[in-house]
Ligand binder design. Sequence first.
Ligand code: ATP
Length: 639
Amino acid sequence: KLAKLVDQKPMVVDKLQDKKIPYATLCKTFALIESTTKRLEILEHITNLFRSVVEATDGDAKTLLQILYLCINKLCPDYEGLELGIGESLLMKAITESTGRTLAQIRKEYHESGDLGTVAKNSRSAQKTLFASKPLSAQQVYSTLKEIAQITGGSSQAKKVGKIKGLLVACREDEAKYLIRQLEGKLRIGLAEKTVLAALAQSVTIFKSRDKKAKSLEQQLASAVDVVKAVYSEIPSYDLIVPALFEYPVEKLAEVCKMTPGIPIKPMLAHPTKSLTEVLDRFEGHTFSCEFKYDGERAQIHRLADGKTFIYSRNSENMSQRYPDIIDKLPKANSKTSFVLDCEAVAWDKVKQCLLPFQVLSTRKRKDVKEEEITVQVCVYAFDCLFYDGKPLLKEPFATRRSILHQYFNEVQGEFSFARNIDTTQIDDIQHFLDTSIEENCEGLMVKMLDGEESTYEPSKRSRNWLKVKKDYLTGIGDSLDLVVIGAFHGRGKRTAVYGAYLLACYDPDREEYQTITKIGTGFSDEALSTHYTFFKDHVIDGPKRYYAVGDNGIKPDVWFEPVQVWEVLAADLSISPRYQAAVGIVDGSKGISLRFPRFIRVRDDKKPEHATSSEQVAEFYNRQMSFKAKDGGAGGDA
Ligand code: ATP
């Protein structure tokens, strides 16, 4: 496959003036990617686009960076917090005003297609224009999108509409469709991050070795892809990686793009388990440690060499404004040098000197928290040290990272503690430790590999070297699921004034779609039902989004919603079902997986819809359940 890529000529880009890349070239690639689900084909299309851009601009890193951001529908790294996500009503206004159609027409078509992009495209092509505008360049689209995202303050809506109209009138063919989707922040063409990284590595490597023989190039490509993926996991910033890739040989990339305080890494995640015996089976013959699994919010704390401190969430959002108190008190734990700590911020009852559940923490504002107004106190539980005194520690064994943490930081009662741990292989001791963790308001245990190669820190990976054991696991399917609310059913009887049940979906990051998994009507208090109704009635949309996988015979709710909220849900069982689409194609060719007896637990507002339980995880839960049933001599699902 790589050889084929090398032999291929990049598509010819009709350059506009000043090395400008036509936006139409990108849109052609988007359409090609959208038309297939084959990973390798997608990789070829995106590599071809990047190669063409690099050739046409004679290796201009800035242009490639902008094009890459357009492909992944972002404007900058996540931690900078600049996002698109323009609301539908604003976009409809811009489409109406720039195409001369009525709002009623736009709404009707949107209801039919579920895609405002397609509505914009059709509206543009139905429009007769006397003078053709200059073609849009990709660079111009990128900078205008950035300007739009930065507009704040008085009459910002009108200013945004003005800029959107300016772009729309210049759109031809598919451009309006993709432009509107980008403005919504919902391009969703089925382009996975790992594919973008591979395309980036390949296109720049091919460009830099233009005169060399293809044979050696093949090996170079494979290793360049590995290097770029590894570097990105330590320093997830295209702003730094793209220019460095042009400037330095790829073998040097890991040296110049090293983990740096101030740039959050994607956190390591844990695998769920269903029993302590499963944990012991996995870790047999290894040393491991059991820690309390605190019930708070993940906090990656970065202290820079100049003393500035930043706190990042599980999703790499900058949370420093939410926790001024942590930043203020941190010097008591360590005031000496730069570091990155992986921690859980947990609500703390100062009077009773005990931990409080996550629900209490979630009442704290997300931004602009003033220290004097704080009512919910927070204690930081540090469980890992990823960088200390100028040195990245990711590749060190956990035992080393933990002893650095314990050696160089001081515990401060109610403010900064180390995660409680025991290092034992005795199941009775572990069971007792698990019970204690629950008594102390924790969720259960995290069990971690302590020594050797398998105990390094694996950014962004849900690793088998970290297992979680939750109290709820021991019944039900092994873990709770975090699912996206995409629709609702009108309530009856006592519930007539609210939605009576909801439709939930998991997320497939490769296909970039939400797949239906269950209808849920249990676990809600009257108060919760009314809160959800008030929240969701403002997010009703005319029909299902084009990236909602519902299936032809699927369950259809009475109302559809924007994907805006994630719910934690417990279930008794998983089964194969023709009426749902979760993990379709993984366990069964046409049927999906559904939940039996789902129960609402809580809203997870620390998770974005894209961070919901993935289709792959759902399939894994199902397979594990089946293997447990097989062991118990039970039968399969109820397909
Ligand atoms: P959930 O939080 O529902 O378990 P998740 O997908 O957010 O799911 P997991 O990988 O499943 O994350 O569980 C790990 C989470 O548990 C971490 O993100 C962290 O916030 C929290 N946590 C609490 N205590 C610890 C600990 N001692 N070590 C690692 N993570 C911990």
